[in-house]
Design a protein around this ligand. Structure first.
Ligand SMILES: [Zn+2]
Length: 68
């Protein structure tokens, strides 16, 4: 995994050399199924989760739980 332009946060799948796209993906957290947008390779379907991004997503999920 590498970026070709960090300013644009453009992530490339090293295996396919394809730009990763944001896609709604199911994530299991706290025994619940959440739809979150994650970076995914459109060719091989590999999901890339940046640790910092994952933390942000979990915060979003926790917020969503609190709102219920
Ligand atoms: Zn790929």
């Amino acid at each position: 995994m590498k970026t070709n332009d960090e300013a644009e946060m453009q992530w490339i799948c090293e295996k396919c050399n394809e730009k990763l796209v944001m896609e709604k993906t199911s994530v299991i957290y706290l025994d619940a199924d959440f739809q979150v947008e994650l970076l995914k390779c459109p060719r091989c379907g590999m999901v890339f989760i940046d640790e910092e991004m994952a933390r942000g997503k979990i915060l979003e999920v926790e917020k969503a739980l609190e709102d219920k």
